[in-house]
Structures are given as structure tokens and as C-alpha cells.
Design a protein around this ligand. Structure first.
Ligand code: K2U
Ligand code: ZN
Length: 176
């Protein structure tokens, strides 16, 4: 298995729309396994394929305390959202170090395919509901900072671009 490179905001590739998965083969299984390893290594509780520059509708999630309850969602669709909404301080592996409040449905029902292509449905709440909605945003090219004010979003974009330049400069100078 491999640790994959996670694209950083405002990389334009994060805004591409992911295509439906139609072939359930060993390539897909290896991609899911590599994404899971990358997520656990980050560490995070979710990761969407567009974040590793693969523009297919594939998401891995594990909100368990012991990192042993991996959920793989393929071609996920939300089939019901609760009228109740809740605010959560979100982060994103593509926007490291930034956390801010995003309001989302408190509960959702999601229909998806598993790694063998079999359909299933889940009714989720709490952190899992936040994560499912956050990851499904990635599949339509949306990053959580887009829910913030233009002022906050521009400050985050400037900060991320500055960090990227510094990282590239240090790499060229061979420094950590
Ligand atoms: O998509 C991602 O970048 C993964 C996020 C998923 C996530 C975002 C907001 C709320 C819940 C999950 C990363 O896991 S961000 C790091 C993190 C870790 C634990 C809890 C919340 C956020
Ligand atoms: Zn994210």
C-alpha cells in the first residue's frame, strides 16, 4: 500500500467534478486501500478521491476511536436530510491548520455502493454525518472554506499559497 499526495487548497484540481465509478476491480480496491492508509497516516477521519487527484466518486471514512471501522462509499447519494441542522468546527486535510464552523444537516440517510458494487443504505448522525457531507462535497468539487465569508476564504487562500511557496523554497534549498 502507498501514502498518496493530498492536494492543498486552492489547487484548482480540488474543484473538478468526480465521475461515477463503473468498474469494480483490483485497481479500485488498491485505490481504496491507499486512500485509507493515507487518511490514517494524516491523520484524519475521512478522505475523498479528488483530494488525491483521482476524480472518481470514492470516499473512505473511519470515525472510530480505534481506527478499525473503515467505511467505503462509492457513488454516494444523500436520500434524506434531517430538518435539524448543527454547527461543527470542521477541518480538511486539503486545508491544513484551518478550522471553522460549518452548519450542516444533523442526520442524513445515504445510499452508496460498496467495494464489490453492492448497494447499501446508512442513517448517520454526529461526527459521521458531518464527515459524510464533507466528503460528498469534495466529490462535487466543493471545499469547506467555501461556506465561510469571502474575507475569511481569501485570508485562508493567501495563507495556503504563502505556505506552499515556503515549502517549495525549502525543498529547493534542501532544508526541512
Ligand atoms: O476531507 C477531509 O479533508 C477529511 C476531514 C474530514 C472531516 C472534516 C470535518 C469534520 C469531520 C471530518 C479530516 O478528517 S479533518 C481532520 C479531522 C479529524 C477529526 C475530526 C475532525 C476533523
Ligand atoms: Zn476535506
Amino acid at each position: 500500500m502507498s501514502i498518496l499526495n493530498i492536494l492543498r487548497y486552492p489547487d484548482p484540481r480540488l474543484h473538478k467534478i468526480a465521475k461515477s465509478v463503473t468498474v469494480f476491480d483490483e485497481r479500485l480496491k488498491k485505490l481504496a486501500a491507499d486512500m485509507a492508509e493515507t487518511m490514517y497516516d494524516a491523520p484524519g477521519v475521512g478522505l475523498a478521491a479528488p483530494q488525491v487527484d483521482v476524480h472518481e466518486q470514492l470516499v473512505v471514512i473511519d470515525t472510530s476511536e480505534t481506527n478499525d471501522d473503515l467505511l467505503i462509499l462509492i457513488n454516494p447519494e444523500i436520500i434524506w436530510s434531517s430538518p435539524e441542522r448543527k454547527m461543527y468546527d470542521e477541518g480538511c486535510l486539503s486545508v491544513p491548520g484551518i478550522y471553522d464552523g460549518v452548519e450542516r444537516a444533523a442526520e442524513v440517510k445515504v445510499r452508496a455502493l460498496d467495494i464489490e458494487g453492492k448497494s447499501f443504505e446508512l442513517h448517520v448522525d454526529g461526527l459521521l454525518a458531518v464527515c459524510v457531507q464533507h466528503e460528498m462535497d469534495h466529490l462535487i468539487g466543493k471545499v469547506f472554506v467555501e461556506y465561510l465569508s469571502p474575507l475569511k476564504r481569501n485570508r485562508i487562500k493567501t495563507k495556503m499559497l504563502k505556505e506552499e511557496r515556503t515549502e517549495q523554497y525549502n525543498k529547493q534549498r534542501g532544508r526541512r
